[in-house]
Design a binder for this molecule. Structure first.
Ligand code: PGD
Length: 774
């Protein structure tokens, strides 16, 4: 069996086909903690849900472009590539000529696959830019709220996220780790582009061996790996800001804060302190106050604050905490709290964001740019904050706020998606379904019949990485991995590059898009340019042929700990932050000037609309946490063996506290219906005391399988609200939602998402032999 190298977002591996044609996968030999998700690869390569040939929705073929309620319900017609590309090129031209490039939405958010050249989103953006541009999207579903907030508070989001304190520094120096959202180990196997060596599980092991105490602040005990010296604070979901404010209040009331640090390195503390003491609203944010909101004992809150003040304390906030309504507040409040402790910039002290949210955070690998495909500039300036996709399609011409600006949604006629699955990642999927009926044409390129593909007019089958040549490397990766072809393309699937090249030729922009290069030419070209830049800095890099046959190149090691805040602490004038004051802004006059009640000028407690009290909470009394799955990356390879093994009763598993289950007559393994007024889904019950009662957990990523407003498979985004974190960031809020659960006693509906939709191989021409067009 020939074995060749490759990589994925969850790590490098070698792969080959055995004598029976089955895919065999082995982790990279130097990976100390390979990801279990590699086990999803073998069953996915030839899964029945692979798209075998280009397909066009019958309604589009017969009635032409235009809004259509049938989108998402219709059958598909398989066509030849030439026919699909001719029709699509004509449609792209029509939309551009009649409505302008702004009418094309190519934001196309999504993780696609590892591989630097065949990166679906880069390919699509390069193509659309060559075509005159497109309405794009800004920020990510991962950190869409922090990315907008952090520049106002500490001058940069990227520096905080990418140049954070390393795990070895934390292990060596931290005396108390206060982990809001914990450090969920399941996420650290994943990094965009993948890493070859997963170091973080080892770092966490060392943290345990050293006996560093950890305050785990989460409704879920599983948010911290076993073996750490943890105390679990089972907080009520979405109330971390109240706890942080009470910790800050205790520090201030007991004079445990550091006035010198606040004076020298921060602005706006005094106003924040007045807020803590209730000067503005008459509410003292003390431990008693927070106890009523968080349902943690007041004495524990006071004791934790005192301990934080007497230890080298590192405060970390997971990205999930900002993926909620008012998600700016826990991030900002944690920074204010760390500033009060006066340890920002000291080894093992201060704050971090995203430890346990992604493998790269705190990793020690080199922070090196690796080769990538240039996308070129987008001539269209119009964009949306990424999570406003349904609003965009439903409300053309409507105004909205974003980061101090008033913006208007353009009128989108054509949606083009490659490498993303909005019918997994977006909130309130029934609302998204109606939004997707509005454009004239929807195009999806994906290897699989995802729910998004089923809501398209054009479905163009893309290859998976094992069917093409590429190279890959993730942030903080130790290696650049050659990704060799292992298998022939499935059916008539083509690389995204080949699909877009075919369109580009038809649109007269072929040379501009391809520059006359084959994929192999591009690999050699991009690698060659990158190699030259390293050679000019004195770094030895092998020629492409040598790299390709070796299968990998070990990237030069770099000092991992280059923290922004250590330099700032040493010299706050020379290393001033890129905030208006050059300091940490505990109060931001700039943010205040926007006048947003849902994100005022300093961290505040804001009651979420749906969470506490009120008639709605009586009808839907359970907090559902829709977090990242442990058995797959997002919705990717849901048909794979590891993902399938995690299902219960054939549906996604929902974790329920035994007391909540007993109150509803639910037993382990039962099929349940999870519902609220937006929709419902079926799920399989698992009982656990590892979550606090009143909290249930259903991860994202089960492929959306709608039957009316019910998802029969267990996608929680049928329940989540499509509301932004605030007018400041317009970030995604999919992490929490209120629901009720009942045992599902009826005959279980059949899952349809595990096989392709209805497809026919021919379509009737018009009497004159042409196809109907609008
Ligand atoms: P993926 O499942 O990774 O989800 O959302 P995202 O859309 O990124 O989708 C990637 C798609 O790319 C898959 O359909 C895959 O088949 C396809 N693909 C893979 N390789 C290729 C290729 O080479 N070419 C093409 N054309 N396609 C390819 C993830 C998003 O979900 C994220 S990042 C976060 S953090 C959010 N998290 C939450 C959350 O915490 N809670 C809720 N409720 N919802 C969330 N949604 C968000």
């Amino acid at each position: 069996m020939d074995v060749t190298p490759s990589t994925s977002h969850w790590g490098a591996f070698s792969a080959g086909l055995d004598a029976e044609g089955r895919l065999r996968v082995n982790p990279h030999p130097s990976d100390p903690s390979p990801s279990p998700l590699l086990g999803n690869l073998p069953g996915s390569l030839r899964h029945p849900t692979r798209v075998a040939a280009p397909a066009i929705r019958r309604g589009w073929l017969e009635r032409g472009p235009g809004p259509d309620q049938a989108r998402g319900h219709d059958e598909f017609v398989e066509v030849e590539w030439d026919e699909a590309l001719d029709l699509l090129a004509a449609e792209l031209r029509r939309v551009r000529d009649a409505h302008g490039n702004e009418a094309i939405f190519g934001g196309s958010y999504g993780w696609a696959s590892a591989g630097r050249f065949h990166h679906a989103q880069s390919q699509l953006h390069r193509f659309l830019n060559a075509f005159g541009g497109f309405t794009s999207s800004r920020n990510t579903y991962s950190t869409g709220t922090s990315a907008v907030l952090l520049p106002h508070v500490v001058g940069s989001a990227d520096e905080v996220l990418r140049k954070a304190s390393s795990w070895p520094t934390i292990v060596a120096n931290t005396e108390l780790l206060v982990a809001f959202g914990g450090v969920p180990e399941k996420n650290v196997f994943v990094t965009p582009g993948g890493v070859t060596r997963h170091h973080t599980p080892g770092f966490l092991g060392r943290l345990g061996e050293r006996g560093v105490p950890v305050a785990l602040i989460s409704p879920l005990r599983a948010d911290l790996p076993a073996g750490l010296h943890a105390r679990w604070y089972p907080i009520r979901p979405a109330t971390d800001t109240a706890l942080m404010l009470a910790l800050a209040h205790t520090l201030a009331a007991e004079c445990l804060h550091d006035p010198d640090f606040l004076d020298r390195y921060c602005v706006g503390y005094d106003e924040f302190e007045r807020y803590l003491f209730g000067a503005a609203d008459g509410v003292v944010k003390d431990a008693e106050w927070a106890s009523a909101i968080t349902e943690l004992p007041a004495a524990d809150i006071v004791a934790l604050a005192r301990r934080m003040a007497s230890s080298r304390t590192f405060i970390t906030v997971t990205w999930s905490l900002q993926r909620i309504e008012h998600g700016e507040q826990p991030v900002w409040a944690a920074i204010a709290l760390a500033a009060m402790l006066g340890q920002i910039g000291l080894p093992g002290g201060g704050f971090g964001h995203g430890y346990g949210s992604m493998g790269e955070i705190g990793d020690t690998g080199p922070d090196l740019r690796v080769p990538f495909l240039p996308r070129r500039a987008n001539p269209v300036r119009q964009f949306i904050p990424v999570a406003r996709i349904a609003d965009l399609l439903l409300n053309p011409g409507e105004q909205y706020d974003y980061d101090g600006a008033r913006r208007t949604y353009p009128d989108i006629r054509l949606v083009y998606w490659a490498g993303g699955n909005p019918f997994h990642h977006h909130q309130d999927l029934n609302r998204l379904r109606s939004a997707f009926t509005r454009p004239d044409t929807v195009v999806v390129q994906d290897p699989f019949w995802t729910a998004t593909a089923r809501h398209a007019d054009f479905v163009l089958p893309a290859t998976v990485p094992l069917e093409r040549e590429d190279f890959g490397s993730g942030r903080r990766d130790t290696h650049l991995i050659a990704m060799h072809r292992v298998a022939e393309p499935y059916g008539r699937a083509r690389d995204d590059y080949a699909i877009l090249s075919g369109l580009a030729e038809r649109l007269g922009i072929g040379q501009r898009f391809t520059e006359g290069r084959t994929p192999r030419d591009w690999l050699e070209h991009l690698y060659g340019e990158w190699r030259q830049s390293l050679l000019s800095r004195g770094v030895e890099v092998p020629a492409f042929a040598e790299f390709w046959s070796a299968g990998e190149y070990r990237l030069p090691a770099q000092n991992a700990d280059r923290t922004l805040f250590a330099e700032f602490r040493r010299d706050p004038v020379r290393h001033r932050l890129r905030t208006p004051s050059g300091k940490i802004e505990i109060t931001s006059e700039h943010v205040r000037s926007f006048g947003y009640a849902d994100c005022p000028g300093h961290p505040v407690w804001l009651e979420p609309r749906e969470w506490l009290g009120g008639a709605r909470a009586t009808r839907f009394p359970l907090h559902l946490i829709a977090n990242q799955p442990s058995t797959r990356l997002h919705s990717q390879l849901d048909g794979g063996a590891v993902s399938q093994a995690g299902k219960v009763a054939g549906r996604e598993a929902i974790r329920i506290h035994p007391a909540d289950a007993a109150a509803r007559g639910i037993a382990e393994g039962d099929l349940v219906r999870v519902f609220n007024e937006r929709g419902a889904c079926l799920a399989g019950a698992l009982l656990t005391t590892d979550s606090r009662s009143g909290v249930v957990q259903l991860p994202t990523g089960a492929w959306f399988d709608p039957l009316g407003s019910l998802c029969v498979h267990g996608n929680p985004n049928v329940l989540t609200a499509d509301v932004p974190s605030s007018r400041l960031s317009q970030g995604c809020t999919g992490q929490h939602v209120l629901v009720e659960i009942e045992r599902y006693a009826e005959k279980p509906p059949v899952l349809t998402i595990g096989s392709p939709p209805m497809i026919t191989r021919e379509h009737p021409p018009n009497p004159d032999g042409t196809h109907a067009r609008g």
